[in-house]
Design a protein around this ligand. Structure first.
Ligand SMILES: *Cc1c(COP(=O)(O)O)cnc(C)c1O
Length: 422
């Protein structure tokens, strides 16, 4: 029965496997083996005489983004912590955070003693709304944590103007937009600092990992010391058998150092990022044109000439239930998932309703701070609305052959027909 939904035991639209993520090849294998055999597995290990993979990656990724400095760290959450601290943000300060975003953006702010102020999002991009942000700024606001979420970029023009006017710096979290361009410039180069995650699902990955990039030399010094317990690269040539790091102690740091294995993976996979982004973008636009013919399904992405190179991470489908006989979003998601044989992630709830963001459960915070961190004072109606009308396609599906885009559209069509006939 071809017309029966795969969810109900029918034949699925797609039977071929989807591309694997993370992707790798023999060059990736060689890169990891090279580190293994070099005997140096961390930047705190003794020099082999050759530059460390971590240092090379810091330079290569900063160069890719178009800024002079990059400091790799263990993960994207740590990147946010050191980015904020390098800007002097700390106890008693407020940081603007989008109301719908991965929980790490809020918990990183809370972790350093500051208060995340949750700001509602734009209804058509999933990114922080500039006028809502301006409305909640106070004399305590010390940073704007701007996140490029899913397949949209935040309105950088509006936020750069707001930052200029108020003197409050922007931390640009690009963990979902590696390689995207705004008016020809890579994201991560527009704010005071840019942060990235290289967690398993991201567009560039080492399983775990992160980096902070900046155009400011003074921040580079701070970032280095924050990531390696107050140490930084020693000046002068590297001497085999001796440490590359010198003890400075101008900043109270952490051990947030990325291993040489992670950095070697990233150095190798960075070579593929632009090409993979291009393939994803081509397929996303193809899929969008097919969906336009079907109706009641649209993609949430910023359609704006200022986005000169879009990236597609999770691609949100916005569902108009009218076209699906009023079926609820999760039923449609599960039905499509069964047709495609592919996990489709729901959109996160807003942070004021998120089960993973509950600072009151933690003994890190005293009673006074818990009151300050209480999310019940935030009202995020646009985030709430969008989270219940969308679900997402993972980016590796966009690395498939273009015929797979036709299959996704066909699966939507089949589900629509089914719910109409019910
Ligand atoms: C993944 C992600 C993070 C956290 O990165 P980790 O490497 O998982 O710590 C932070 N911000 C955004 C927007 C993310 O997508």
């Amino acid at each position: 029965m071809k017309s029966m939904l795969a969810l109900h035991g029918g034949v699925p639209v797609v039977s071929e496997p989807w591309p694997q993520w993370p992707a790798w090849d023999e060059h990736t294998e060689e890169a990891v083996l090279r580190v293994l055999r070099s005997g140096r597995w961390a930047i705190s290990g003794m020099s082999t005489g050759a530059p460390s993979e971590e240092r090379r990656f810091g330079e290569a990724f900063a160069d890719f983004v178009g800024v002079p400095y990059g400091v790799p760290v263990v993960n994207g959450s740590a990147a946010l912590v050191v980015a904020l601290e390098s800007l002097g943000v700390g106890f008693g300060d407020e940081v603007l955070v989008p109301g719908l975003v991965w929980v790490a953006c809020a918990s990183a702010v809370a972790r350093i003693g500051a208060r995340p102020v949750l700001v509602d999002i734009e209804p058509d991009t999933f990114c922080m709304c500039p006028s809502s942000a301006a409305a909640v700024m106070t004399s305590r606001t010390r940073a704007i944590l701007l996140v490029h979420l899913y397949s949209s970029l935040a309105d950088l023009d509006a936020f750069l103007a707001l930052s200029e006017k108020t003197g409050v710096p922007i931390v640009e979290d690009c963990s979902q937009a590696h390689g995207a361009k705004w008016r020809g410039q890579r994201v991560g180069s527009l704010g005071s600092v840019g942060t990235f995650s290289f967690q398993n699902s991201k567009l560039l990955t080492a399983g775990e990992g992160g980096i902070v990039v900046s155009k400011h030399k003074s921040l580079y010094n701070a970032l280095q010391q924050l990531r390696s317990d107050g140490r930084r690269w020693r000046r002068g040539p590297s001497v085999e058998g001796f440490p590359d790091l010198e003890e400075v102690g101008e900043w109270q740091g952490y051990n947030f150092c990325m291993t040489e294995f992670q950095a070697a993976l990233l150095n190798e996979r960075l070579q593929h990022l632009d090409e993979e982004n291009e393939r994803r973008a081509k397929n996303a636009l193809l899929l969008e044109s097919y969906l336009a013919d079907i109706g009641h399904v649209t993609l949430i992405r910023r359609r704006d000439g200022r986005v000169t190179c879009p990236t597609f991470y999770h691609l949100p489908f916005k569902i108009d239930p009218v076209g699906f006989g009023g079926a609820d979003i999760d039923t449609i998601r599960l039905a499509l998932q069964a047709e495609l044989g592919l996990y489709l992630e729901p959109v996160d709830p807003p942070l004021n309703k998120h089960v993973l963001y509950q600072p009151r459960l933690s003994r890190r915070f005293n009673t006074l701070r818990k009151t300050e961190l209480d999310v019940r004072c935030f009202n995020l109606p646009r985030a709430a609305e969008l989270s219940t009308t969308c679900f997402t396609l993972p980016h590796h599906a966009l690395l498939a052959h273009s015929t797979a885009m036709r299959n996704i559209a066909e699966a939507f069509e089949k589900i629509k027909r089914h719910f109409f006939k019910l």
